[in-house]
Design a protein around this ligand. Structure first.
Ligand code: BDR
Ligand code: CA
Length: 315
């Protein structure tokens, strides 16, 4: 059983990854923590509350960072996720009184300390909450079981970014935080564009979920209409990239991915701000480390068919 804290900026694909976790029998959601990113913190928190109340009742939601560690908050990406962050499917009201009294990073610290070596952090937005948790209580790095991040791009298929030619959205959202998280002494796996843009839910796949997966299938269909239109207009795709759910699939089935091992740094200034770089280990001897930073596992290949099947079977 995976005990999970889901750190998220819902977000259409964030919502799709939430229902995946809520329904998978091997995942126990301990909490959902919101962060700015696809929209403002007000909107992502409202959406997180709505989604938890509808699909994971009883799971606590804690509000997280409104802005990156050292820069202003980016504007919401309304043209990708809709002005409500959930594909313009209508304003989501949620019972705000259900919000946990703690900040997201405090919630993470308390929950990790309550379940030492058992909690996996699945982080699919800017990494600000995780960096704040490390800053306040660095010891949690040795108490977390693993961190799975959706973010970054390592150029294995020629793609280095989706917001700029050098940067992926979640890392560009808070490059300072990402550099802190990738440099901390915990086990980190990074599921970036190298694999997520090779895993596509086609319109037919989504229609089958709509027809076969009951209420949750219809929700996934409805929430993905606007997002799919964005993929068609921006990439000519007849479907959607599977970003955030690919991090969940890694947690559940890491054997479906090929990874590269080595320390990762993030450029925090300049024209390539947000760019992720991995120093590769050489075989047979490991390469000297990079500024004393621990290795991360970076996904470079994925079994798309099996991952899509895992998602569909779960729903
Ligand atoms: C990431 O950015 C967000 O728009 C998505 O939710 C995903 O987490 C993809 O670059
Ligand atoms: Ca996200």
């Amino acid at each position: 059983m995976h005990k999970v804290i889901y750190d998220t900026d819902p977000g259409v694909d964030d919502a799709m990854a939430l229902v995946f976790q809520a329904l998978h029998p091997q995942i126990e959601l301990l909490g959902v923590t919101s962060v700015f990113g696809n929209s403002t913190i007000e909107t992502t928190t409202r959406n997180a509350l709505y989604l938890a109340q509808r699909f994971a009742p009883g799971v606590p939601v804690a509000r997280g960072a409104a802005a990156p560690l050292r820069r202003a908050a980016p504007a919401p990406v309304d043209w990708i996720h809709g002005s409500d962050g959930l594909g313009n499917t209508g304003l989501r009201s949620a019972d705000q009184s259900a919000l946990d009294a703690r900040s997201a990073h405090r919630f993470i610290i308390d929950t990790v300390r309550a379940h030492p070596h058992q909690v996996s952090l699945v982080a699919v937005g800017p990494l600000t909450n995780l960096a704040l948790a490390l800053g306040e209580d660095p010891e949690i790095a040795s108490l977390v079981k693993q961190v799975v991040v959706m973010g970054g791009a390592f150029g294995t298929d020629g793609v280095n970014g989706n917001v700029s030619p050098a940067a992926e959205a979640n890392i560009l959202g808070d490059p300072d935080a990402a550099d802190i998280v990738f440099g901390a002494p915990w086990s980190v796996a990074i599921v970036g564009l190298d694999v997520t843009e090779r895993i596509v839910m086609t319109t037919d796949y989504l229609a089958k979920l709509r027809d076969d997966a009951g209420d949750v299938g219809r929700f996934v269909w409805d929430v993905s209409r606007f997002y799919e239109a964005f993929h068609l207009s921006s990439a000519g795709l007849g479907g959607i990239y599977v970003h955030d759910s690919s991090a969940v699939a890694y947690l559940l089935a890491p054997h479906l991915y090929v990874t590269r091992t080595g320390p990762v740094r993030v450029l925090t200034e300049g024209i390539a701000v947000g760019h992720t770089i991995q120093k590769l280990m050489t075989f047979p001897a490991p390469a000297p480390d990079w500024d004393g930073r621990p290795p991360c596992e970076v996904c470079v290949e994925a079994d798309a068919a099996q991952i899509l099947d895992l998602y569909a079977r779960t729903l």
